[in-house]
Design a protein around this ligand. Structure first.
Ligand code: GLP
Length: 244
């Protein structure tokens, strides 16, 4: 895993935006895997600015989002659908038909996941996958577990994830207990992965990630097995790596 430590959140976001722009400029019909959470907000803002300045063109880009809460209506203010629409899709020139998001309001989650997996492979797989990092080491919503699910699936959220994500909801009780998420093999099939981490809250899990061998109790350690992964972090999250 290549590690790039940036001196600020803005620089980290800018580097990620440059990587995406470079990917699209080299291959205009790139397939992007997109993440939600607080971490990539700066990245989306920069991509919106670059798109407005015509430095990057999303007209042929295809996207697949990592995950969605279950159950969750698309119109809910806490859905990842609303997040993506508000922070990115409504502000760039992406074609609606090229945007793929798991539906948290489906009656048949298993079928929804199976179709999603097929749609990804029909597009030739993901070229560049953006990931955030959960405080417990989850990627997407692949929670710490003895056995990792490989394909897109429905999963039960850990209490620690529900607690961490409750900051966006009115109360902890309002956080859905389940989610739909790409699996570990879905994520691993990406040609390139960029995992982003910022802020002091991520310092503990980053140091655990590097002080432990590959294990499913810290799903992010599995990324050490992928041959083209970059950890993009700010110095607050990665200062243990710098021994500061
Ligand atoms: C959620 C998402 C993850 C994300 C994580 C970290 O649980 N499912 O994809 O990486 O939160 O979020 P944040 O960037 O807000 O710390």
């Amino acid at each position: 895993m290549q590690i790039t430590i940036c001196d600020s959140y803005e620089n980290m976001s800018e580097k990620a935006a440059q990587m995406i722009a470079e990917q699209i400029n080299n291959k205009p019909d790139s397939v992007l895997g997109l993440a939600t959470g607080s971490t990539p907000l700066g990245l989306y803002k920069m991509l919106v600015d670059m798109n407005a300045k015509k430095e990057v063109d999303f007209s042929k880009v295809i996207s697949f989002n990592l995950d969605e809460y279950y159950p969750m209506k698309q119109s809910d203010k806490n859905s990842y659908f609303t997040y993506m629409l508000d922070n990115f899709f409504s502000q760039v020139n992406m074609e609606r038909n090229n945007i793929h998001m798991l539906r948290g309001d489906t009656d048949n989650p298993e079928a929804e996941c199976e179709i999603y997996e097929k749609q990804i492979s029909d597009c030739g797989g993901i070229d560049l996958q953006i990931l955030g990092l959960g405080n417990n080491g989850h990627i997407g919503f692949n929670e710490p577990n003895k056995i990792m699910e490989l394909q897109t699936h429905i999963t039960k959220l850990h209490t620690s994830t529900i607690m961490a994500n409750s900051r966006f909801f009115n109360s902890v009780e309002d956080v859905p207990k389940y989610a739909l998420t790409m699996g570990i093999a879905t994520i691993f099939s990406a040609k390139k992965i960029v995992i982003m981490a910022s802020g002091i809250e991520k310092k503990k899990i980053i140091s655990e990630m590097f002080n432990n061998s590959v294990n499913t109790s810290i799903p992010a350690t599995l990324l050490k097995l992928h041959n083209n992964t970059v950890l993009l972090c700010d110095h607050r999250a990665c200062c243990d790596l710098l021994y500061c």
